[in-house]
Design a protein around this ligand. Sequence first.
Ligand code: ARG
Ligand code: GLU
Length: 716
Amino acid sequence: MQKRIGLMWVVALLFQLTCRADEGMWIPLLLKKYNLEEMQRQGFRLTAEDVYDINRAALKDAVVGLGREGRPFSHFCTGELVSREGLLLTNHHCAYSLIQAHSTLTDNYLKDGFWAYNRPDELANPGITASILVRIEDVTQQINGALTTGTNEKERAAIVEKLSRKLEEEAVRGTDLQANVKPYFNGNQYFMSVFRIYRDVRLVGAPPSAIGKFGGDTDNWTWPRHTGDFAFLRIYAGKENAPAAYSPENVPYRPATHFKIATGGVREGDFTFVFGYPASTREYLPSFAAEQLLEIENPHKTAIRTAKLKLIDQAMNSDELLRLKYAAKAAGVANSWKKWQGETKGLTRFGTVEQKRRLEAEFKTWAVGRVPYDGVTDRYEALYRERKELILADAYALEAGLGGAEIIAFARSLTDRLSEMTENDLLPASVDQQIRSFFKNYDAATDQKILSEMLKLYDRQLPNEWKPEAVKESGQKGGYDAYAAHLFHQSFFTDSTRLLACLERWKGVPLQEKLKKDPAYLLASSIADFRTLRISPPLREIENQLRELDRVWLAGLMEMQPDKRFYADANSTLRVAYGKIGGYSPADGIYYRPFTTLSGILEKEDPEIYDYRVPAKLKELYQRKDFGPYMQDGEVPVCFIAGNHTTGGNSGSPVLNAEGHLIGVNFDRAWEGVMSDVQYEPSICRNISVDIRYVLFIVDKFAEAGHLIREMELVE
Ligand code: ARG
Ligand code: GLU
């Protein structure tokens, strides 16, 4: 009996290890092969072709990757088409910088919200792209076939690069499409995504931040959550529904299909899936890397940002204009800052390093005598040992140095651009533009304080050999505060009027000599040069070798565990994740239910705390119980959680029910499971979505923008 129970445990454990429900972000092309059966067992009612097909319209035609001109394939968010006329639903935080760009103190859309009640009022956002996937192709054979085993890593990268560009070109020749080949499974496989990329994306509607960012950075990455994190955009097309640059002549894009909106409600245990563009995960990291993440990268980067955020918060709380200027920047800084802390907590709690060590020990034994796997873990260990101090120095160079006070990066990039000019050149309009857009959201007094803090941290935390010269010198005479004050006083780059006036006067005269003596530029180039000369070459060398090891390691793991179903790390390509709606236990004795409601917003309300202010109109609707049809069990639902494996980039992704109808918009993950980029734990990893009925309620009752709802197709 004893023995049988023991055996059952082993079987159960094995099952857990090889087939963990909810884990994974899957390639739509391969859904039938790897997932469909399991999805259907969990309640999914569609076929693989309903999700992805190249011969007829499928759900994939309604999923949109949001990107920026110049790098349209690194999607910063996802969106979904919800009408025949190109209406696109995404997150408030995805549209945040667009909303901010259109805002002024008098028309403060970030604060008060924005709604276009007529099409001509929809606001253009130059530089934003909307990609719709046409097809995916497995090009592994073409690429791997051209690689011989003898090639070193550098040669290999060059061949892959060249071949990828060739395949991309051939795939789209004579069309209006764009293709992009990316490595999967640490470079063991390659797939090409072919897109049609639209370039006229307009802002249609956004709630005030007190709804769209309710709870602010305090609630960010946590559950229970009450954020109405949604906004509407619209894709416009040129002639014949084709991509075109912004033009008043463009017309709303007509998608091949759009999502139907499910109004029938959601229950605990319901099957859900998320269809979007996750950017990056690292599930197959070795223990040595996880260790450095926990001991070096996360804590140091977090500490640097804590110092930055303290000063930015002070500025934002002191003045409404500074709040507007710093809103988007602060959100960005705070977002990763908080995520790193959650990740560290989760990885520690679940003993990830230890788990990974056990896997490596098993691998090591298995790999004996098997080329090329033999010795992989030892090589990993040696390389990571060398990487340790480099990654610390690099974290400071990037977070506290080049990405610290903003004046540093600005002085550097502007000087570099101007240095390329010759005597007779006129100042390009783009330089003028760069200067104006920098100063639009800049406060020199705040930045000066940041500079001083960053230098103090840099100095305190690093051994001398890893400090750039100028950083070392900066504290020597009179301390860092005095140094920063002096720099801001002297520098050409800290004041827009002075800068523009000087450039005006110096038109056509070489500025190089003058600029290169500027104290901000001197500091910037000292840090940049130090990084280029001392940190990057050895680090890049190690990373090249690691890339090879990562590929071999994962190939080996797949061979060692032939029954395990592997998924490729996120790489900003379209994926499907699926999981059930369900609560979780964050700590002993506590259970979190998977739903929140409008009542909870009123419970959190605190007029004294910026993040918890509730708009008067929302309160009135609540008090009058003017909920319209947007109710479940007498309440207006606000957010829900489910076990979908998601990450950054999945923001704005459609969250769908078993029929493929839209039940919510994904926007976050719950604190205890934020570690899922490195290790997914089914018991606590949850994605957070705003319930589609809350979206409809706000649009209809709060914004009185019923015309948008009439565009949509509502189903039970
Ligand atoms: N945590 C979510 C994400 O990673 C939401 C971020 C919104 N930004 C914020 N700072 N609250 O994008
Ligand atoms: N908020 C994230 C984003 O912008 C999604 C949350 C996550 O990282 O899972 O993509």
